[in-house]
Design a binder for this molecule. Structure first.
Ligand code: NAG
Ligand code: NAG
Ligand code: NAG
Ligand code: NAG
Length: 342
């Protein structure tokens, strides 16, 4: 190949990649959000290094978190080098402004294997501080017990229980009850979330932008699982899950959602849905009451799982106008608190 050909190929690749990135990433975002961008936006160079081989300030992630002073009010970076960290990590309420930065979700992994009858108790990552960001880290609960639908043994990979929390390029792995999106406003972008039953659940108010949702089966369970079990309980409550773009696929079959709360609110917008999604789409399983207050909706989804024939009668196909308030970063007032908008 001549130099000119190489240059041309490079230019074409560059044009193509910027095109793809522009159309597939970030609500309103003008550029791809990566770690250097976040680091520059939060405006700090205070970095605590964690290296499992001892070439950092700490060998454990929790030890690094413990070293942050209570009442912290300036962004601090905890950089976790590649490796499998077998530990539980708790970000306590009095330590906001932590940016947990990994070397990529395939390289920096935090893994624990606790099961618990309560879903707070089992979480590998527990976030109770506001203004927390994670980038490029995998959170996994590999407890190998617990039949999903008995709820006797939860195995939560991450419990997100504070306001203003964002995850970019992170992985969440568990057999079921993977991501406990408990409360507060959250933003997930380009994350990978895996599970069989109720694997994204809670009362958070969250946007999942361009995420990959992977449905696994659980041979012990004879019913279809559900990706979401959103728990909005009253009309006034702000909670709800909005999935924008990205894809749902896997090796098991599942509903998009089940009504955990009487006002359960979940929207899938412009998402690719594979055959992993059963035609009925949504279930009122275990919900003992009217379905008229549920907001189980789809907008402009595509793929073989997006066919509307056979969909649950209470579910809705939204028009562009109806979808607009959800397919918008303002749903979580993101411009007010996400550093990428600073
Ligand atoms: C860190 O930031 C401070 C304040 O902006 C600056 O004075 C210092 O040179 C920086 N240090 C490094 C290593 O970049
Ligand atoms: C839950 O986990 C315990 C071990 O901690 C195990 O003895 C028990 O059988 C599990 N329960 C279910 C329903 O799987
Ligand atoms: C369902 O509702 C009925 C009537 O309110 C009640 O008697 C029954 O216990 C409820 N069942 C469940 C599983 O909550
Ligand atoms: C629950 O869903 C089933 C199946 O779609 C339906 O027959 C039933 O009427 C629903 N229950 C309520 C209260 O709407």
């Amino acid at each position: 190949m001549s130099l000119k050909t190489i240059q041309l190929a490079f230019e074409v690749a560059f044009v193509l990649s910027s095109f793809v990135l522009n159309v597939s990433h970030g609500l309103d975002a003008k550029q791809v959000i990566d770690s250097p961008l976040i680091t520059s936006k939060i405006g700090t160079n205070r970095t605590i290094k964690v290296d499992i081989n001892g070439d950092g300030d700490f060998t454990s992630v929790q030890a690094a978190v413990d070293s942050v002073l209570p009442g912290n009010n300036h962004w601090v970076i905890i950089h976790v080098r590649k490796g499998v960290y077998r530990e539980r990590v708790h970000i306590p309420e009095n330590k906001p402004y932590i940016f947990l930065r990994g070397n990529g979700k395939g390289r920096t992994k935090i893994v624990w294997d606790k099961g618990s009858i309560d879903n707070y108790g089992s979480a590998t990552l527990k976030v109770e501080a506001s203004n927390f960001i994670a980038f490029g880290v995998t959170f996994k609960n590999d407890a190998n017990f617990g039949t999903p639908w008995t709820t006797q043994n939860q195995s939560v990979a991450a419990m997100v229980g504070a306001d203003k929390v964002a995850f970019y390029h992170c992985g969440f792995y568990s057999a079921h009850n993977t991501l406990f999106d408990n409360k507060g406003r959250h933003y997930y972008e380009n994350c990978y979330i895996q599970g069989s039953i109720d694997f994204i659940f809670g009362r958070g108010q969250s946007i999942f932008q361009s995420c990959e949702i992977f449905v696994v089966g659980d041979a012990r369970v004879k019913i279809h699982g559900s990706i979401t079990a959103q728990n909005k309980q009253t009309l006034e409550e702000d909670s709800g899950f909005v999935f924008i773009k990205g894809k749902v696929y896997g090796i098991g079959r599942s509903y998009l959602g089940r009504a955990r709360g009487a006002y359960s609110r979940v929207i899938f917008a412009k998402v690719y849905l594979s055959k992993a999604i059963v035609p009925h789409g949504w279930t009122n399983w275990s919900h003992n009451g009217t379905t008229k207050n549920m907001f189980h909706a789809e907008y402009d989804c595509h793929g073989p799982g997006a066919l509307t024939e056979g969909r649950a009668t209470w579910s809705r196909q939204l028009t562009e106008k109806e979808a607009a308030p959800y397919v918008n970063i303002d749903f979580i007032s993101g411009k007010e608190w996400l550093p990428v908008y600073y």
